[in-house]
Unconditional design. Sequence first.
Length: 243
Amino acid sequence: MRRAERLHALTELLRRRGARGCTAAQIAAEFGVSERTVKRDLDALEASGAPVWSRRGPGGGYGLAAGTSLLPVTLSPAQAVALMAAVSASRDAPYADLAAAGIEKIVDVLDPRTRARALDLAGRVWVDSPSSRASRRVWSALEEAMASQRVVRIRYTSGKGSTTFRDVEPVLLARRGGAWYLVGWCRLRDAMRWFAVERVERADVTTVPCSGHTVDEVGEPPTDSRPVHGSVRVVPDGTTRTA
């Protein structure tokens, strides 16, 4: 089980256990991992904003604060399937594992009739999911570095075959011409650079924070690209609407 999937499953386990919570030993047995791994996962959940509580001593353990479940979501079956199809067709996109986990959460809280109709319709939609030549480990490191805004050290082979090690401050993950790129400030070249993710052979997140380079320094997006929030607009009441 990938870590993103395990974190989602851990969240659901804690939610189901309610006020009783779980011990680290129980969680470790459930997922077949060490208690040390469990504690790292719990720290990651807490860092992401999940209201994880812990109690020491006999009867202690870990759980989620009450009221953390998703509220019922109002979607049509077709809207639910549109989300499933978009994620399934973009398995090579950044945060694809987390997106899939998010869709599962949304489907779980649909009313039973809508969920049944959505799942039936989903079985009638087939997608040809693109495969990425970048490893999942590389993607996970780039995603973490982008989210935490920390320098990532990469082993990179250029199109001409030369291999270098670069310390990069991530600014963008951009898709262009059918390929994904890490766009960031290269400390070796002291300039903004585009790195094809499929040519990143290794990536390790460092503890060094980024120095503050912005998207504006990259310039305007290509004519065939736009930010992923480009189809969503904020209306005066503060909510969002699809443009």
